[in-house]
Design a protein around this ligand. Structure first.
Ligand SMILES: Cc1ncc(COP(=O)(O)O)c(C=O)c1O
Length: 359
């Protein structure tokens, strides 16, 4: 099974005969400020430690995560990006059948398939802001028995949050019994941390929250992800993970970045302002509808009379070296949707001009 991703600047630059640095990438949703200032010194300061194995217990990294979230270390499991955890979760939690709310990150399908987990699809709709309703969830759970329910919060690729009714329903159901597990992908929740379901962890038995360092800290190349889950569940996942999957540089980077409050505030301010501006400018282009979003990306639906998003993508890539994410490969969407990251003001202006010109 091949999973399509945004951000494949290496493949595209080779194809276009340019450098990856020439591409302005709106197809992967990464903090446009890049990693926090001072990180390069931290990494060079621990360069000599590459001559030893990383700390097998990830102690400093787990302590930093624990402090940041005010959650005890036994609630935490760390991995090589959240993708590594996504691949181990079905096996660690013995999930033979899962209810998967779509659209979502494409690797879930492959991770479930590889573990032989049967997937029942629940398609969210534009009318419900691409999040499931309690009615839909209850109906699916009444019809069939599932060991896990996968939700994405904020949704990917729309950026919408679960509504308060669904959140209360998850909180209630995850405190009652051990099954189904509620697997909540909160990889982008750092952009609206107050909405995180982590606040229910101390009274839940079967809530597992998938988090990432990648997006907010502008460092997908470092590969740090973590799980927040009740101690028994976190221990079960930890027992499946291979040793040293988070390397020495990533451990040090994580410990440093979680303490960067000023960077965090600057990021939140920038994204909130630019998201509003970019959404306004894109909505003003005839035939485009932008969905309200709480993270650092926007989902756009195109009028069917316009050429599809894959055409738009190649037009602006070839002419402007700007890359957007056409969404035809998301189960539950089609080629008249595209997603763009929220970036710096001048970069967003270049995107808007390119889309205006192409359409
Ligand atoms: C919704 C979602 N979940 C998980 C991931 C995996 O991120 P990472 O492995 O870098 O933590 C991605 C990456 O694009 C994503 O979009």
């Amino acid at each position: 099974m091949t999973v399509v991703h945004g951000g494949n600047i290496y493949e595209l630059s080779a194809r276009a005969g340019c450098s990856p640095d020439d591409i302005l990438d709106f197809s992967a949703s990464i903090n446009p400020l890049g990693p926090p200032p001072g990180l390069a010194q931290i990494l060079s300061g621990c360069f000599h430690r590459l001559a030893s194995y990383p700390d097998i217990h990830n102690k400093l990294l787990i302590e930093a995560i624990s402090k940041f979230h005010d959650i005890d270390p036994e609630y935490i499991a760390v991995g090589n990006g959240s993708t590594e955890l996504i691949y181990w979760l079905p096996r660690a939690l013995a999930v033979s059948k899962a209810l998967v709310v779509l659209p979502t990150f494409g690797e879930y399908a492959k991770a479930f398939d590889l573990q032989g987990t049967r997937r029942q699809k629940l398609f969210s709709t534009p009318e419900d802001r691409f999040q499931p309703t309690v009615r839909q969830l209850e109906a699916a759970l009444q019809k069939d028995a599932f060991e896990a329910v996968l939700l994405t919060h904020p949704a990917s690729p729309s950026g919408s949050l679960l509504d308060s009714e669904t959140i209360s329903w998850i909180a209630e159901n995850s405190s009652k019994s051990r099954r189904p597990f509620f697997l909540i992908d909160e990889v982008f929740i750092d952009f609206c941390e107050q909405a995180s379901l982590k606040r229910f962890l101390d009274r839940s038995q079967n809530l597992a929250i998938i988090r990432s360092f990648t997006k907010f800290y502008g460092a997908p190349g470092l590969r740090i992800g973590y799980l927040l889950a009740p101690p028994q569940v976190a221990a079960q996942v930890r027992s499946h993970l291979p040793p040293w999957s988070v390397n020495t540089l990533a451990q040090a980077a994580g410990a440093y970045c979680f303490a960067q409050d000023e960077y965090r505030h600057k990021t939140l301010d920038l994204i909130a302002k630019q998201r509003q501006r970019l959404a306004g400018e894109l909505s003003a282009i005839a035939g485009l509808k932008v969905f309200p979003a709480q993270a650092n990306y926007l989902l756009v639906r195109m009028d069917r009379r316009l050429p599809p998003a894959s055409r738009l993508k190649w037009d602006i890539f070839e002419r402007d070296r700007i890359l957007i994410r056409d969404c035809g490969s998301f189960e539950g969407l089609d080629d008249w949707y595209f997603r763009v990251a929220v970036r710096l003001e001048d970069q967003n202006d270049r995107l808007i001009a390119a889309v205006q010109r192409a359409l």
